[in-house]
Design a protein around this ligand. Structure first.
Ligand SMILES: *Cc1c(COP(=O)(O)O)cnc(C)c1O
Length: 423
């Protein structure tokens, strides 16, 4: 009998830890961070040994991990996207295409760069649908931001060929997919730039932090100028000479960089463990009727911390989710989160209402913008339909064979019950 109806739950032990990143903290992180304190150097652009700073080492690590020529450490993933956009020359008058399902920061970054976000549908991969991207291109489109959501690599072949055809800049949002790849290429290395986040919810954390990787010298140089309003005064050699202009302060501290270095040395190990966990569960679910696993464009490159499957309709998804939770497997749908999910465009209030910090000057009403983008809650019906039917379960690198089996058994139990009820 289903636990929801008073039966014995499949699982009574607690489910997985909330965080992937910080669960890995050990003496490696402690040593790295303490060492910064011992050196008494917490600021990266101190005039001696610019290349010996922890931030410079973190940049070097991401250059080599992504086979790119340049990397810029910043204080957040959002800052990374803003810096990459400004670095690429995107700004007032430009439209930037973003998916309907991503953390609100992707759209916010476009607005902070003074450009206009254009929202397009996702498909059953939960990432940007290439045909929806192409259909949204206007004469004002300048860039696209494919987002590798929940560790799932986007359909980069299609996205890159459409972008090339229309001469668009591609900025990959890798905030949720550090360590992933697409057809053998590290995520972040496929577009003109890749943007990482090291916030605690991500695969790797530095407390707060981010990184821009690129092989375009001018994009890197302009992003560097933007990330620090005094950049040209620090004596750091530019990747290519560019004129200075006023930027922000998006610098990364040495403590963050040291933590990021310790954490990033563990990515491949963490992702390797996650992939084993996800494979064990997916294999166990192959013949389960009534559910359809999320399509993954390149399963080998999937970061694999999230298991998503679809039910035929919203009603059954809501019921399935409740039954599964009662069996001891916490899971998420857009219905049961209990709060307005900031990853779904309908809840991006300031975008939907075209609101800026100052009503007299927003990216939508500035004189350079000649387009006329419109937003409405039903504009991406396909995305809402898919998200409404999707159930997601968080996986963790610490999961044992027994944990994986519990997930499989619980999903099977609920789906059998639901199938018999319908039939
Ligand atoms: C977390 C996240 C960001 C922003 O990163 P912060 O470090 O929180 O600024 C951007 N895009 C996506 C998809 C994210 O998940």
């Amino acid at each position: 009998m289903l636990a929801k109806k008073g039966g014995t739950p499949v699982r009574t032990k607690p489910w997985v830890p909330t965080f992937i990143s910080s669960e890995e903290f050990n003496e490696v992180e402690q040593e790295k961070v303490l060492n910064v304190l011992k050196k008494k150097r917490v600021f990266r652009f101190y005039d001696e040994g610019l290349q010996e700073s922890e931030a410079a080492k973190l940049e070097q690590l991401y250059r080599s991990r992504t086979n790119t020529d340049y990397a810029l450490a910043v204080n957040a993933g959002t800052s990374a996207i803003v810096s990459a956009l400004v670095g690429a020359g995107v700004g007032p008058g430009d439209e930037v295409i973003v998916p309907a399902y991503t953390y609100i920061a992707t759209a916010a970054a476009v607005l902070i760069a003074r450009a206009v976000p254009v929202i397009v549908d996702i498909d059953d991969t939960l990432t940007m649908e290439p045909s929806a991207f192409e259909a949204a291109i206007t004469p004002h489109t300048r860039a696209v931001i494919p987002v590798h959501m929940k560790g799932t690599p986007c359909q980069m072949n299609d996205i890159l060929s459409i972008a090339r055809k229309h001469d668009l800049i591609v900025i990959e949002d890798v905030a949720q997919a550090n360590g992933g790849s697409y057809k053998g290429h590290p995520l972040g290395s496929l577009g003109d730039a890749g943007c990482f986040s090291f916030q605690q919810y991500k695969v790797v954390t530095s407390g707060e932090g981010g990184m821009v990787v690129t092989s375009k010298p001018e994009l890197h140089a302009r992003a560097s100028v933007y990330h620090d309003c005094a950049m040209t005064f620090w004596g750091v050699e530019q990747s290519t000479p560019v004129e200075s202009f006023a930027g922000e302060n998006y610098r990364m501290s040495e403590i963050q960089a040291a933590l990021g270095l310790a954490q990033s040395s563990k990515i491949d190990s963490v992702v390797g463990r996650l992939r084993k966990v996800k494979k064990a569960i997916s294999d166990g679910l192959q013949s389960v009727e009534g559910i359809e696993l999320q399509r993954i464009p390149d399963p080998e490159g999937d970061v694999s911390y999230s298991l998503v499957f679809y039910l035929p309709d919203e009603g059954r998804a809501a019921e399935f989710s409740e039954c599964l939770a009662a069996e001891g497997i916490p899971n998420g749908t857009i219905h049961n989160n209990g709060f307005a999910d900031r990853h779904i465009y309908v809840n991006w209030d300031y975008v939907m209402e075209k609101r800026g910090a100052n009503p007299n000057d927003t990216p939508w009403n500035c004189a350079s913008y000649k387009g006329n983008v419109q937003y409405s809650k039903d504009m991406c019906a396909q995305s809402l339909n898919l998200l409404g039917r999707a159930i997601s379960i968080s996986l963790h690198q610490s999961m044992t064979d027994e944990d994986c089996q519990d997930a499989v058994d619980a999903i099977k139990k609920v789906s059998q019950h639901m199938a018999s009820k319908v039939g």
